[in-house]
Each structure stands twice: as C-alpha cells, then as structure tokens.
Write a protein that binds this ligand. Structure first.
Ligand code: NOJ
Ligand code: CA
Length: 543
C-alpha cells in the first residue's frame, strides 16, 4: 500500500475556475484566485485539483472551445500566473490536473481558420468536412453539421457550431495533440482529465444513427437518435492507448477520461492490459436513484465489473450535473459524503459540494450556458451548478468585489466556508473528518478505506451497509495490524431505523454526535450514517 501511486490515494477536487475565486473584481474567478485558496484545499484534505479549461477561448462554451491549447486566457491570468499556481500547489503537496479538450477546438483556433479557408488547404483534413450531412445530432441540440458558405461543405460539431470536431483519423492531428500533452507535462502538470473521451473518433462511413425508440417530446433533440456511429467507436481505444503512452513518457502522471457509457463499455476504457485511461470516470453515483437498493446495486455492479487490476473511482458531482444537495436534499447530502468517502479508490469532489451548495435558480435573462440558450426550459442548462463558491458572509460571499458572472445562492449567508468552519457539526467539518479518516486509518499509508476490500454490501431494513477491510500487512493483532474492519451503515430514508451491529465503536457519524459510542444495537435517525470500527481482536486499546 505504501507504494500506491499518488492518484490512487487521491481525493481530486474539481475547480470550475470561473466560479472559484475572483482576484481582480471582474466577477470571474481566475488563477491568482485559486492560488489564494490553496491553503483552504490543503486544510480540507484534498490531494489534487482538477481545473476546468483555462486556455484562450472565445468562451462560447466557457473554455471548452479552445483557441490555443498552450496558452492561458486573459480572463484567468497569464502563463506566469499558471506557473505560480503549479509551483504553489506543488509546494503544498497538491497535484494539478488540467482539462484536455481533444474532441473539438474553437472555430477561432488557427487550425480551423486554415481548414475552412479552402478545400485544398493543408489543414482541410484536420476537421471533418462532408458534402452532405447525415442524421447525427449535436449534444446541444439540432444537427451536428454546419454548412460553410465559403467552401460549400458541411463541418461536423458534436457540440456548438463554434466547436468544430477535430479529425482524429488524421495522424497530423494526433501528433499535434500529443505534443500539447507533452507541453504541459514538461511544465510539470500531474495529469489530465480528458473531455468526452468516448466521442473522439467517428464511424469512417458516416452511417446514420438509428432512431431512439425511447424519445419523447421534452427531451433534447440530441436524444432523437441513438449515438451508435458517432460515439464509442472501436478505434477510440487506439487513441486512448496512445495518450496513455504519452502520459507514461513522464513519471507519476494520471490520465482520467470523461466517459458517459453503460458499465460494460465504460470498463473497456481501462484499456488492454490496463494501458488505457488510469481512471475512466465512474458516474454511477451521479445517475443513481437515491435509495439503498439502487445504491447497493450501482456500487456492487460497478465494483464487480472492474477488470483485473483496474482502480475504482467515484464522482458525486461535476460542472455538468445538478448539485448533489439539490438532487437528494441537505440531510442526505451528508449520507452521500459518507458514502463517497468510504468507497474504495480515487474520489472526486466538485467545488462547493463540501459546504452543501445547491443549484441556484437562474432567471431567463441571467442564462449564460449555451446548452440552455439553444434548448431553453427543458433542463439542459448547467448554470445552476456553476455559481460562485461561497467563502464568507460578505455581500458577494468573498468570491468577488465586483458583480459575479452568475448569481450567488440565496443561502450564501449561511452556506459558506467561514460559517461552517465555526460550526463543529457542519457539512464542511464532516468532509474534513471523513477525509482525514480516509488517510489515517488504520495506520498512515495503509488505509483500509482507500485500498481495502469492499464486501458484505447489502440492504437491511432499507439501510445500506457494507464492510471495508484492510490488508493483512503488520503483526497479527493490535491497532494497525490489518485486521481492523470498518462497517459503514447509511440510512437513506426519512425514517428512524433500528439496526444490529457487531461490537463496534463509532468513528464518525453524519450528525457528528456519536463518536466513541460503542454500538451493538442502535437506532439510526432519518438520514443518519455511521462509520464503525469493528475488529476481530476486540475494541480495547484501539484508536
Ligand atoms: C464535457 C464538458 O464537461 C462540458 O462542460 C462541455 O460542454 C462538453 N464536454 C464539450 O466540451
Ligand atoms: Ca477575475
């Protein structure tokens, strides 16, 4: 266990840079702002930051339309600011993961400007041009094909028309993009989260997608067809393996893939012999109904589906999904925190999740997200989960001195870092405790919760239960011997429920009022979760 790669032990914290901390009063978060908050992240107990795109961009999709892969957008600062962020993060023992957006560029990228300039331009084939469109649709609604007057052909865009897709069948594109990775890796970044990894390459014959029999009005037009030919093509695995090869030219880096696919397909992204993505993002918890049965099923199915040697990971939220505290409620958000932080493998926390930020309602005139603008009113917008981080009780929640680019939550006066730091039973304090437990139990560098087995996953009387057990590494008895077992008990209901436990000591409860209690039979409050220490050698003398 001591030898685990850093990213296997890591809690990764996603920073959406526009909304984390503004340093110059323009209402938009920036790199110096992130630097100012690094100590907060250290105190919280995270190990790595993943920062959503910070590259020069017209911001049609808020940075996911990249106009220069090797620069920094002025809105976020400059390269010196980036270098400082990287240095300051590393000095604190924090790793820095960048967002890599290889599927598409901005329409303003010089490569696309060249490509669209004439049919015989040497970069014409860097993008996907066709005489006729097929039925493929854009993720933001409507056809994925845009007619370009100048050269009389259509180009393909999986997202906005301002985001033309690169042609990953072209070796020159691959070479250029792998050099982008090397540029940042040489600077010392610790890895990448790869945007829409499963979409990178499309059917060579451009066959029409089949109709989705489940489509009904009220869904995005992107749901009309099943994405059989424009996503998850077999050839994508060669690209992922090549990206991994580039990552592996450098020591100690990580490749994470954003992939929304059913389990069986998701698992293929670990690659042949584990030489694909180190971590294909696992979005099971984002999509799962919040009941003990559904969670047991989702967690169990994922865990069982992992290929030999594959390292698990879990995600509760990101900048594209409704916030967990809105989805399941404030009380259950505590249960969710306990679940996340007691599961095996690498974890991702989305900024603000740790203080219980909720989706902020966005009035029509405040909408920023193009997904909402293109298809209004059907729940496509992602602004609600992208609102500014709430740091304190001041007027702008300590995020900015100016006008924030998205509104603050109405609860910013109570749901913020400063208030929760003063309250020993706050969600923030629960996150801190759980993260600390994760790292320390039972002995430093041999944490049951990170690398131990997950078993005995079951639902009893509507309560989700599972066991985490350590590796037998040390002497056969006593603390840290490896025979400690942790039992996690989560009441996902609104009812009081009595449960039986083995002789066990409460390490942490979601209400933070039971630590040290000896369990046996106990009554769980609605929405209460407990982490218990059980041991084959009894409880005496254990920490
Ligand atoms: C996935 C990103 O997470 C999302 O925010 C973005 O709009 C699309 N990819 C397009 O890059
Ligand atoms: Ca700013």
């Amino acid at each position: 266990m001591q030898d685990l790669d850093w990213w296997k032990r890591a809690v990764v914290y996603e920073v959406y840079p526009r909304s984390f901390q503004d340093s110059n009063g323009d209402g938009i978060g920036d790199l110096p702002g992130i630097v100012d908050r690094l100590d907060y992240l250290v105190a919280l107990g995270v190990d790595a930051l993943w920062v959503a795109p910070i590259y020069p961009s017209p911001m049609a999709d808020f940075g996911y339309d990249v106009a220069d892969y090797c620069g920094i957008d002025r809105i976020f600062g400059n390269m010196a600011d980036f270098d400082l962020l990287l240095d300051q993060a590393h000095r604190r023992g924090l790793r820095l993961i960048l967002d890599f957006v290889p599927n598409h560029t901005s329409e303003q990228h010089p490569w696309f400007l060249e490509s669209r300039s004439s049919r015989d331009n040497r970069k014409r084939d860097w993008y996907i041009w066709r005489d006729q469109p097929n039925n493929w649709t854009s993720n933001f609604g409507g056809s994925a094909w845009e007619f370009d007057e100048l050269t009389g052909q259509y180009y393909y865009h999986s997202f906005l028309k301002q985001q033309p897709d690169l042609n990953w069948r072209n070796p020159a594109v691959k070479a250029a993009m792998y050099d982008v990775l090397r540029f940042w890796l040489r600077k010392g970044v610790d890895g990448f989260r790869v945007d829409v990894m499963w979409m990178l390459i499309k059917d060579a014959e451009f066959r029409d997608n089949p109709i989705n029999p489940g489509f009904h009005p009220g869904l995005s037009t992107n749901q009309r067809f099943l994405p059989l030919y424009n996503t998850n093509q077999p050839e994508v695995h060669t690209i992922v393996a090549e990206m991994r090869g580039v990552i592996d030219e450098f020591a100690d880096r990580v490749l994470i893939g954003e992939i929304y696919l059913p389990l069986a397909q998701l698992m293929t992204y670990y690659g042949k012999d584990g030489k694909g993505a180190n971590l294909p993002f696992n979005f099971q918890l984002l999509q799962c109904a919040w009941s003990a049965d559904a969670l047991a099923q989702a967690v169990g199915d994922y865990y069982r589906a992992l290929p030999e040697g594959a390292w698990p990971n879990w995600v509760l939220g990101n900048h594209d999904q409704p916030r967990i505290a809105s989805r399941i409620g404030k009380q259950q958000a505590r249960v969710a925190a306990m679940l996340l932080l007691t599961l095996p493998g690498t974890l991702t926390v989305y900024y603000g999740e740790e203080i219980g930020m909720t989706n902020v309602p966005i009035a029509p005139e405040q909408v920023q997200d193009p997904a909402e603008k293109n298809e209004p009113g059907i729940g496509q917008g992602r602004d609600p989960e992208r609102t500014p981080m709430c740091w304190d009780q001041t007027q702008r929640a300590g995020f900015t001195t100016g006008v924030p680019w998205l509104p603050l939550g109405e609860d910013a006066g109570s749901v913020n870092v400063a208030v929760e730091q003063q309250d020993s039973s706050s969600l923030l304090m629960l996150y801190r405790k759980l993260m600390a437990l994760r790292k320390s139990h039972p002995i430093k560098n041999n944490p049951t919760l990170i690398g131990g087995k997950l078993d005995d996953l079951r639902v009893e009387k509507g309560v989700l239960r599972f066991r985490r057990s350590g590796l037998r590494s040390g002497p056969r008895s006593g603390p840290g011997s490896g025979d400690d077992q942790i039992e996690v008990i989560l009441n996902t209901t609104q009812e009081e429920i009595s449960v039986e436990t083995p002789a066990a000591r409460v390490l942490i409860g979601t209400r933070m009022d039971r630590e040290g209690e000896i369990a046996g039979s106990l009554t769980l409050h609605p929405g209460e979760g407990l982490v218990l220490l059980t041991s084959s050698t009894g409880l005496a003398g254990q920490r």
